[in-house]
Design a binder for this molecule. Structure first.
Ligand SMILES: Nc1ncnc2c1ncn2[C@@H]1O[C@H](COP(=O)(O)OP(=O)(O)OP(=O)(O)O)[C@@H](O)[C@H]1O
Ligand SMILES: [Mg+2]
Length: 253
């Protein structure tokens, strides 16, 4: 078991935002987190990565409670790309990606060839190898997004958590990022709004509504016309694509 959530509850005031969520992501799998706006996806991802503490329930990494591991130990294995990731300083792409190595280094340890290799590999995978000297403020929204993905990859995580990573990306880069995540030999949990992309690339999907998981399992078992109507309030036809044998949604107008 790579990452497990047990009965997570997170409240703000009297409002329960994450309401008794339990699931497990198997090692190496790509799990899609789906659900309408405000259903609690980002809040759940922040609990999974230790940025927020649940009022009750727990998160386990290979059976170890997240809250018992130090922040640095968590950062050595879990990388998180947030929904509205930003960087205030006008750093170069390569400097931002190098920040991903921080949890692996002790105070006075020198930059190593292994650090360089991790950064080069991450830049290559994110398609930024020729842009490493460019400054943050000069990047397009999609390039910024890919820079944050590269920083997360440079962290060489065993769990990668991505909140709407295809936001801002053109279609080539949307498909590129999802293909990349699907091909990585690590566990990933990815919040996505494009249900067809989730169906194409994820090994399993979890659907949230009002803070609760209302469906989970293989994409073809979960992404159904009834679910689209009940959870997403849209009429659609779902068929199995002859190209990738995954569900394909035709939205009706
Ligand atoms: N810090 C906060 N204070 C108050 N309410 C919050 C806070 N964080 C989240 N919420 C509320 O919790 C609910 C779930 O928010 P969350 O961002 O987790 O949803 P989401 O599924 O990620 O939505 P989206 O698809 O729009 O990104 C929303 O109603 C939101 O307003
Ligand atoms: Mg969100």
């Amino acid at each position: 078991m790579s990452i497990t959530a047990e009965n997570l509850v997170w409240r703000i005031g009297s409002k329960t935002i994450v309401d008794g969520v339990s699931f497990s992501a198997e090692p190496g799998r790509m799990v899609g987190l789906l659900g309408p706006n405000g259903s609690g996806k980002t809040s759940l991802l922040r609990l999974l990565t230790g940025l927020k503490r649940p009022q009750s329930g727990r998160v386990l990494l290979d059976g170890n409670e997240l809250s018992s591991l130090g922040a640095r130990a968590v950062a050595r294995r879990v990388a998180f790309v947030e929904q509205h990731a930003t960087t205030s300083a006008n750093l170069r792409i390569s400097d931002i990606v190098r920040l991903g190595r921080f949890p692996h280094r002790s105070w006075l340890s020198r930059w190593t060839r292994a650090d360089d290799r991790a950064v080069d590999e991450a830049l290559l995978r994110a398609g930024l190898q020729d842009r490493r000297g460019d400054r943050w403020q000069s990047l397009s929204g999609g390039e910024k997004q890919r820079t944050h993905i590269a920083r997360a990859l440079a962290q060489t995580p065993t769990e990668l958590v991505l909140d709407e990573p295809t936001n801002h990306l053109d279609i080539q880069h949307q498909i590129g990022v999802l293909k990349l995540v699907a091909s990585l030999p690590i566990t990933s949990v990815v919040a996505l709004h494009d249900l067809n992309h989730a169906a194409m690339f994820c090994d399993a999907v979890i659907v949230m509504q009002q803070g609760k998981i209302v469906a989970s399992g293989a994409p073809d078992a979960v992404i159904t016309e009834a679910l689209l109507r009940d959870v997403f309030s849209v009429e659609a036809r779902v068929e199995t694509s002859p190209h990738h044998l995954r569900p394909h949604i035709h939205y009706l107008r």
